[in-house]
Design a protein around this ligand. Structure first.
Ligand SMILES: Cc1cc2nc3c(=O)[nH]c(=O)nc-3n(C[C@H](O)[C@H](O)[C@H](O)COP(=O)(O)OP(=O)(O)OC[C@H]3O[C@@H](n4cnc5c(N)ncnc54)[C@H](O)[C@@H]3O)c2cc1C
Length: 456
């Protein structure tokens, strides 16, 4: 019988932590997790850079879908802060949000992350240095698991869950229907019923989430996308900062437009990677704990937030169109030397190969000024010069810029302070709710909702 007390849709950090906390607090409950992707050990992207160079559009993307969600092959940076990564604190309060993130951190540490470092900006001398140069260093502690240890932690969490929870892998939920005293989820011609339903479908499930909200009359709003580039430079240029803080979130307000530009996802001695989101190729970054896999370069994103007002509502569509433009010109991601961008000329394979920074991603040399809107590009250039004051060398000619990096935001689902929709027993958590945008906030939202359900 497909009847459960709780059904969780999505096995990303939100869904995993929800299931974990539920099984700890209420082992008597019958819990099912539906996941459209594969189990962790079967998640393999066919792109090997040799036989398969580009995305072959698998039915489910091994990078974005499956046990571990979008974060499975991520750098595993768990930021413990209310300053970025989501607005969970607006719903549940600042103290509780921090407590939950620390709780998640303890579980990660107990499950394989014990040897990893916890960095903190508290009392850092860089705060003053940033301030003196019109930059703001945001407050955070960050546990850097690294892609390899993150995978180990996920494997251990799965081992704890597999006998206590019924997993339905490779099973995409098509619809949620409201019943008299609960919900029915429909999948591939079959269905399952539950009293309580937790939806945790992440960014990859955002379009589906919008459809569900429309069908169930749940309000939504959507108005933001972040666009920019990934910067790659010799690790020594940023090592005084990354050795102490690992990840620093630095914000700059441009002189020209007063737009905030921020650093995002810093990967000391890491690699730049391609990412396929909704069929378009963007860039991102990784780094490994394993010394043997470290490189001589550091990379980080510089992003500018674009907020739209009514009547335009398709902020993600706008971001996708800009990425498509880069894909049209470059056949994928584009790379350009900062010096070429400043001189108004494209980078060529020769100019890149003659440069001192050896690219860690084989992107097409090109011209980002043909892709990014002027206002965004102006902001990025201003920020590079501002960063050059605290990390001299950032604005060197050979610094590489990869484009396009984009951060899509899910539409925000109307939720109350319990992260519950207008329908009792239907919760929406993690990035799919629009409330969180990070591993730590998504995981914390899962624990929070599990505790609400366990109490009821
Ligand atoms: C390359 C990369 C690197 C990143 N690095 C970091 C980092 O270092 N630090 C950080 O804080 N954040 C990082 N992030 C973001 C982070 O991964 C997300 O914020 C986090 O995974 C969100 O968790 P979630 O559970 O809400 O959603 P997800 O992790 O997206 O999980 C949602 C799951 O739901 C499944 N799903 C979707 N729709 C359905 C459906 N209809 N039926 C069944 N299943 C469905 C999906 O397959 C997916 O597995 C990174 C993201 C990427 C892509």
């Amino acid at each position: 019988m497909n009847r459960f007390d709780v059904i969780i849709i999505g096995a990303g950090p939100g869904g995993i932590y929800s299931a974990l906390e539920l099984t700890r607090l209420r082992p008597d409950l019958k819990v099912a997790v539906f996941e459209m992707g594969h189990p962790l050990d079967r998640r393999r992207c066919p792109i090997d850079g040799k036989k398969v160079k580009n995305c072959v559009k698998c039915p489910t993307c091994a990078i974005m879908n499956g046990f571990g969600g979008a974060g499975a092959f991520s750098d595993g940076k768990y930021n413990i802060t209310n300053d970025f990564g989501g607005t969970l604190y607006e719903y549940i309060g600042r103290d509780e949000a921090m407590d939950l993130m620390r709780y998640v951190d303890r579980i990660n540490v107990e499950n394989g992350g014990g040897q990893t470092a916890l960095y903190s900006t508290a009392g850092s001398r860089f705060k003053k240095l940033c301030m003196q140069n019109k930059l703001t260093l945001l407050e955070a502690s960050v546990r850097h698991l690294g892609t390899d240890i993150n995978y180990v932690v996920l494997g251990n969490l799965y081992d704890q869950l597999k006998d206590r929870v019924t997993f339905f892998f490779d099973t995409q939920v098509d619809a949620i229907e409201k019943l008299g005293g609960g919900y029915r989820v429909r999948f591939g011609g079959d269905s399952a019923d539950c009293e309580t339903c937790v939806v945790s479908v992440g960014r990859s499930g955002s379009k589906w989430m919008e459809k569900v909200c429309g069908e169930l009359g749940i309000g939504t709003k959507s108005n933001r996308v972040d666009l920019g580039v990934r910067v790659e430079l010799p690790a020594v240029i940023f090592s005084h900062i990354t050795d102490e803080l690992y990840e620093s979130k630095i914000v700059y307000r441009t002189e020209k437009y007063e737009d905030p530009v921020r650093t995002f996802c810093m990967n000391p001695r890491g690699i730049v990677v391609n990412e396929n989101t909704n069929g378009v190729v963007t860039v991102n970054g990784h780094s490994f704990e394993d010394e043997a896999r470290k490189t001589d370069n550091t990379n980080f994103a510089l992003l500018v937030s674009k907020h739209f007002s009514e009547p335009f509502r398709d902020s993600n569509g706008y971001g996708e169109s800009i990425v498509r433009l880069s894909n049209m010109l470059g056949g994928g991601a584009i790379v350009q030397r900062f010096g070429d961008l400043e001189r108004g000329r494209r980078s060529t394979p020769k100019r890149i190969s003659e440069g001192t920074v050896k690219p860690t991603l084989a992107a097409t040399p090109g011209d980002l000024s043909l892709v990014l809107p002027k206002r965004i590009l102006d902001g990025i250039i201003e920020m590079i010069y501002a960063l050059d004051k605290i990390a001299p060398g950032t604005a060197n000619d050979d610094t590489l810029l990869y484009g396009v990096e984009v951060k899509f935001y899910n539409m925000e689902v109307d939720l109350d302070e319990h992260l519950e929709t207008c329908h009792k027993g239907l919760y929406v958590i993690g990035d799919g709710s629009g409330v969180t945008h990070s591993l730590s906030h998504a995981s914390a939202s899962g624990v929070f909702v599990a505790r609400q359900i366990a109490e009821r």
